[in-house]
Design a protein around this ligand. Structure first.
Ligand code: HEM
Length: 506
């Protein structure tokens, strides 16, 4: 009933709701973007909603992103926000289980594993895996036993889940992990992943069957990795181009080496961080290619132009060449603009924080304060689809990235990270930092370190597929299903496909 009484104007306005405790959970859970846009109309860029008893203060727009993601990591705390969900999955000595300074050191170790030399080695491996998958995997045969059917179809989420794990394990995780991708590993992965749900996030202490399976899988997965790591140590071969070799060579600033358990848990964390994010992005990219065959043809021609050979085949590309393909780049950028895998970036507030007047007009009692105990939420998905910023914001238009005056080009520019390090790849979704409206990889201290790998992985997968296949969509591009942590396309999400050289083969 408190909401019917005059509101406390020193705090951001609270979104109207009928059900105490549950608050706006149902609207937010079903369609967070519509919820945010409609709240913005009523309350402006900063408002608080109730999510099963939690008070979540949302800060929208590029300045809202800046407020949350550029905030001090002690005050806007990620460990408090994500720890309960992720510690049972990743382990108790990595990521959000440890003080942020130590995790920052672990992030630096991982960056060593993502060196350009390693990335260079991965392009050919990913091409091989994708070729092998479409030629040999029984779930992906174009031709039935007697080659009668011209067009086949596949569930785009399932196919991308398989391709993502095959390619990530062959490259980052290393050949031992790739060699162990069998039914037992898949079961463990599924059980571990089964603990990564909105229900686990909201009610981490509920005794649930999926949490029991998750804990069992975590133990088994840890043992599996520790065995591989011990063997690697014994062999003395730390020159593989994978993450295990890189991590085993690192030391903390205090001279302490990284333990086997920490390496194992970092590998689990990386596996989980990269799986659904890349799977979803790849799936949405294929759906849009299937929906816009003319653009898909241009993408194919880009491949032919750069890598076509006199005998009519298309040769492998190098990492450097992959970075010079504007249409491919635009495809990934535009997919991530409309379908960023992480729509809500959250932190827990450890101290009262005033809202800058530039972000939200002050109330009559002065600036709003986000009180200690609230959560804060940034949603780059909102600024990435804001009609006030983007022309035809909801239209999938990869060509917008080619307009040097458009919002897209302005959103990128050169990115300077918190250490003053400059990134100017001309490749990838590198954004201007915490103030950019385009932030599919987040910004600030917790920014993604997998961006370059994700671009390489997605770029190579999509190039290899477009060389071999044509896609069509039997209906419209599906809506988002927001009931999973990372939104996936709703069913039906079948994509029709056929081999490019079918006509000449027939
Ligand atoms: C952080 C997105 C792939 C590893 C993040 C964040 C976002 C993001 C938005 C910031 C989260 C926050 O501030 O709370 C994505 C997208 C991906 C992707 C869109 C693919 C399309 C990957 C991959 C890896 C990875 C492949 C590993 C190889 C990480 C790590 C963090 C992170 C270690 C840091 C978390 C922190 O400091 O709190 N990612 N990611 N990501 N991501 Fe990614």
């Amino acid at each position: 009933l408190r909401q019917f009484l005059p509101q406390d104007t020193s705090k951001p306005p609270v979104v109207f709701h009928w059900l105490p405790y549950i608050g706006s959970a149902i609207y937010y859970g079903n369609d967070p973007l519509n919820f945010f846009f409609s709240c913005r109309e009523k309350y402006g860029n900063v408002f608080t909603f109730i999510l099963f008893g939690r008070r979540v203060t949302v800060a929208l727009g590029a300045q809202g992103n800046d407020f949350v993601l550029g905030g001090k990591s002690i005050v806007f705390n990620a460990e408090d926000a994500y720890g309960a969900l992720t510690i049972p999955i990743f382990g108790d000595d990595v990521v959000y289980a440890i003080p942020n300074d130590q995790f920052m050191e672990q992030k630096k170790f991982v960056k060593v594993g993502l060196s350009t030399d390693n990335l260079r080695a991965y392009v050919g491996m990913i091409e091989d895996e994708v070729e092998d998958f479409i030629n040999n995997d029984t779930s992906f045969r174009v031709y039935q036993a007697n080659d009668i059917e011209e067009w086949g179809f596949f569930d785009v989420s399932k196919v991308m889940a398989e391709i993502t794990i095959l390619t990530a394990s062959r490259t980052l995780q290393g050949k031992h992990v790739r060699g162990s991708l069998n039914k037992t590993f898949s079961q463990l992965f599924n059980d571990l992943d089964g603990g990564f749900t909105p229900v686990n996030f909201l009610f981490p202490n509920l005794p649930m069957e999926n949490s029991r399976r998750r804990d069992h899988a975590h133990k088994k997965m840890s043992d599996f990795y520790v065995n591989i790591i011990e063997e690697r140590r014994k062999s003395g071969n730390l020159d593989e181009s994978d993450m295990i070799s890189a991590l085993l060579k690192q030391k903390y600033r205090n001279g302490k080496p990284v333990s086997d358990s920490e390496v194992a848990h970092m590998l689990i964390a990386l596996l989980m961080a990269g799986q659904h994010t890349s799977q979803a992005t790849g799936a949405w990219a294929i759906l849009h290619l299937a929906d816009q065959p003319e653009f898909a043809e241009k993408l194919y021609k880009e491949q032919v132009k750069h890598f076509g050979t006199p005998d009519g085949s298309i040769r492998s590309m190098t990492f450097e060449e992959l970075r010079q393909l504007p249409l491919l780049d635009a495809l990934i950028r535009e997919t991530l603009r409309l379908h960023p895998p992480i729509h809500s970036i959250m932190r827990n507030v450890r101290d009262d924080v005033p809202v800058p007047p530039t972000l939200s007009a002050p109330s009559k009692d002065g600036v709003y304060v986000v009180p200690k105990g609230h959560w804060v939420l940034a949603s780059p998905a909102v600024s990435q689809t804001d009609p006030l910023i983007w022309k035809d914001a909801m239209t999938f238009d990869p060509y917008r990235w080619a307009d040097p005056e458009g919002a897209a080009a302005q959103a990128l520019k050169t990115y300077v990270d918190e250490n003053g390090e400059k990134y100017d790849y001309g490749f990838g979704a590198v954004s201007k930092g915490t103030q950019s409206p385009y932030q599919p990889f987040g910004a600030g201290r917790h920014r993604c370190i997998g961006e370059q790998f994700a671009y390489l992985q997605l770029g190579t997968i999509l190039s290899t597929l477009i060389r071999e296949l044509e896609f069509r969509l039997p209906g419209p591009v599906p809506d988002n299903n927001y009931h999973t942590m990372i939104p996936m396309p709703k069913e039906p999400r079948s994509v029709h496909y056929r081999r490019r050289n079918f006509a000449s083969r027939a």
